[in-house]
Write a protein that binds this ligand. Structure first.
Ligand SMILES: *[C@@H]1O[C@H](CO)[C@@H](O)[C@H](O)[C@H]1NC(C)=O
Ligand SMILES: *[C@@H]1O[C@H](CO)[C@@H](O)[C@H](O)[C@H]1NC(C)=O
Ligand SMILES: *[C@@H]1O[C@H](CO)[C@@H](O)[C@H](O)[C@H]1NC(C)=O
Ligand SMILES: *[C@@H]1O[C@H](CO)[C@@H](O)[C@H](O)[C@H]1NC(C)=O
Length: 643
């Protein structure tokens, strides 16, 4: 027996010498060498030989044919020491490498450049030192690189510009020195951070100055861009000095050009109907101009809000009061704002709305949402719907049906404006923090219990829509984390954009919804499809991962399939978001119950999915029991600290 195994091993080693790491055996050998060097405590089979398949090992994922290792994900796995060459660097089919939150030291392996398929490299929160190896810059497919929280030094190489797909570059909390390359060109960058590298000096490169907020450069010696202007002469650099960014006047100019003085003057011209037309045109112009700034949903909260105040003009008082009275009246000649379901306490008209300070809070396929602040300080959310040829009567009836849905978890619709080229929906402004931005962009600290409460509020809202079964709206139609607004004071969440997909679909516009949330059978919005999307939303909250195509700049995953691919015993280590994993101690059972529910909701067969009422009831029990456990913990803690 024994000799035969040896023969196999020797044969395989010889084979590996010939075609090293180009097959699964090479990958296995590389993983075993990796384990011997840094991962003695990994729960991988101790007697594994390079002939056994590593595909089921913790943290190792293979492609569908089990022919190559495509992901090595060992966050917080007590890895210690230096990763040698010939280990990770031999996993040449690797797409995802996550070794974050360990105690890795020494340099990043120099042969990482062999892994030409890498999309995501997460090495943050270790003790890595040295410089970034040259090989990194040959990873042409790389989208995310997070080296933050290490001791990596040297300069930030101009070769980063070779990584044309890079969307995330996190280098904060390291020891980088020198200047940032003046001609740094990262066309797809979304998230960039070099803060807390004390020895970085010089100017913020031009290409980053307009797109990246100041906090990404704090704790450094950098200047210009969003920071204080550089004083001349610019700090001397020991490196061959790249051209320093242009004087700050240039970037300031581009900012102040958002709404020119000419446009404001233009608003003050004209009266009556002409005034409204002019206003509409100018507001459209402003919206268009600002659109360039907010390049995606994911950035919603990453940059400080841009406030644009449109100048105030006067108009005849009686037309205002007329507008107020036009509740549900058909448009007639002049187009007016129509209140549905009763006027607000302090009524406003279209003109007031168009004059209000506006800020983009969300943007998607259905249109763009603005927060408009009215005179009394009251904020409303204005949704500018994408253009669709909906007849006015149908639009009015459908909006009236949507507005008749009143529930604590639904952001209430108050008014609409209809004209051929412009359709606005006005609802209460319920907050700017979407669940998507909290989970993916701001990485806000959201405990499991908070997440479960948000899920409960959202589930109740969806269940209400399903029960109400208003003729025009039998389901939400577009459940995703960017349509869930988290509001702490409300202790829960609001759903937005319910029924709007159907509204647009009524005009025959082909639907486009985020693939990661879309039920496999989906042809048109249904309750079962809502349950599927809701299941994906729960998976997103539990795993902290973005569904496919949900967040710009993030390589999302097919969450239902991914979670199903992990056996239940491994959920704790593999599936749950690291940010809530430490709550396993007191809420582990609830977390697993919630995950099981999410898996049920995302069943491929629509008829197997639970009804939304049932989902809400089950989440309610999960929340209750999580809160009970937490209170017990708090009591224990207090009794200990009191004594
Ligand atoms: C990695 O690949 C090289 C050749 O490319 C080979 O010599 C080496 O043995 C491999 N390492 C392991 C641990 O298999
Ligand atoms: C980076 O350093 C700053 C200041 O020392 C600290 O507040 C922050 O938490 C650190 N962040 C990380 C990701 O290590
Ligand atoms: C920058 O860091 C590298 C590596 O740590 C070091 O060799 C170099 O001397 C440093 N340069 C400066 C100007 O400190
Ligand atoms: C950059 O990182 C620092 C330290 O972790 C953090 O405080 C800051 O908010 C980050 N800024 C951005 C824009 O990511």
């Amino acid at each position: 027996m024994m000799p035969r195994v040896l023969v196999v091993i020797v044969a395989l080693c010889l084979a590996a010498g010939v075609a090293a790491a180009q097959d699964i055996a090479g990958d296995t050998a590389a993983l075993l060498a990796f384990r011997d060097a840094v991962g003695r405590r990994l729960p991988w089979p101790s007697s594994a030989s390079s002939s056994s398949s590593p595909c089921g090992w913790r943290g190792v994922r293979c492609d569908a044919a089990a022919a190559r290792v495509v992901a090595l994900q060992l966050p917080g796995a007590s890895l210690v020491g230096t990763v040698p060459t010939g280990t990770v660097g031999n996993l040449t089919a690797l797409r995802t490498l996550s070794l974050r939150s360990n105690a890795l030291s020494g340099e990043i392996p120099a042969d990482i450049g062999n892994c030409g398929e890498l999309r995501a490299v997460y090495l943050h929160d270790n003790r890595l030192s040295g410089e970034i190896p040259e090989g990194i810059f040959s990873l042409r497919l790389l989208q995310r690189l997070d080296l933050s929280g290490n001791r990596v030094g040297g300069s930030v190489s101009p070769e980063f510009s070779k990584l044309r797909r890079l969307a995330t570059l996190y280098l904060q909390n390291n020891s980088f020195n020198g200047t940032l390359p003046g001609d740094l060109d990262l066309p797809n960058i979304q998230l960039f951070n070099v803060s807390y590298n004390e020895k970085l000096t010089g100017a913020v490169p031009d290409s980053l100055a307009g797109r990246i907020p100041a906090s990404a450069f704090s704790g450094t010696g950098l200047c210009g861009g969003p920071l204080t202007p550089c004083t001349n002469p610019s700090p001397p650099s020991p490196l061959p000095s790249p051209p320093i960014s242009p004087p700050p006047a240039v970037s300031q100019h581009s900012k102040s050009s958002k709404l020119s003085g000419g446009a404001i003057a233009g608003i003050a011209v004209g009266g009556g109907a002409a005034l409204l037309v002019a206003l509409a045109v100018i507001v459209l112009l402003c919206f268009k101009r600002r659109r360039r700034k907010d390049y995606n949903d994911a950035d919603e909260n990453a940059s400080p809000p841009v406030w644009v105040t449109v100048a105030r003009t006067t108009t005849e008082k009686q037309s205002q009061s007329e507008t107020r009275r036009s509740t549900a009246a058909s448009g007639g000649g002049g187009k007016k704002l129509v209140f549905v379901g009763g006027e607000p306490e302090a009524p406003y008209d279209l003109e007031t709305l168009l004059h209000a300070s506006a800020e983009v809070v969300g943007k998607g396929w259905l249109g763009t949402t603005y927060r408009a602040t009215l005179d009394a300080g009251v904020a409303v959310a204005v949704k500018r719907l994408r253009d669709a040829p909906i007849p006015e009567r149908e639009f009015r009836d459908r909006v009236a049906a949507l507005a008749s849905l009143r529930h604590v978890s639904l952001a209430p619709i108050r008014a609409f404006f209809y004209s051929r080229g412009e359709k606005l929906l006005v609802s209460d402004f319920v907050g700017a923090a979407s669940l998507s931005s909290l989970l993916h962009t701001n990485r806000a600290r959201l405990s499991f219990t908070s997440r479960a409460r948000v899920a409960l509020a959202a589930a109740r809202g969806v269940a209400f829509i399903h029960r109400a079964a208003a003729s025009a709206v039998s389901c939400h139609g577009n459940i995703k984390s960017s349509n869930v607004v988290v509001n702490a004071s409300h202790d829960g969440a609001f759903l937005t954009d319910y029924g709007l997909v159907q509204l647009i679909a009524a005009a025959g516009v082909p639907l486009k919804r985020v693939t990661g949330y879309r039920a496999p059978e989906l042809t048109e919005p249904t309750r079962e499809a809502d349950v599927y999307s809701f299941g994906v939303l729960m998976l997103e909250m539990l795993t902290g991962r973005a569904p496919a195509n949900a967040v710009a700049g993030m390589d999302g995953v097919d969450l239902p399939n991914w979670v199903r691919s992990v056996v239940e015993e491994e959920w704790t280590a593999e599936v749950f978001d690291a940010a809530i994993a430490d709550e396993m101690g007191h809420a582990g059972e609830e977390m697993v119950r919630m995950l099981r529910l999410a898996v049920e909701c995302t069943d491929q067969r629509p008829e197997r999915r639970p009804a939304m009422d049932d989902v809400a009831a089950r989440i309610e029990r999960i929340v209750e029991s999580a809160v009970r456990n937490r209170n017990a913990d708090v009591d224990d803690f207090e009794s200990v600290s009191d004594s």
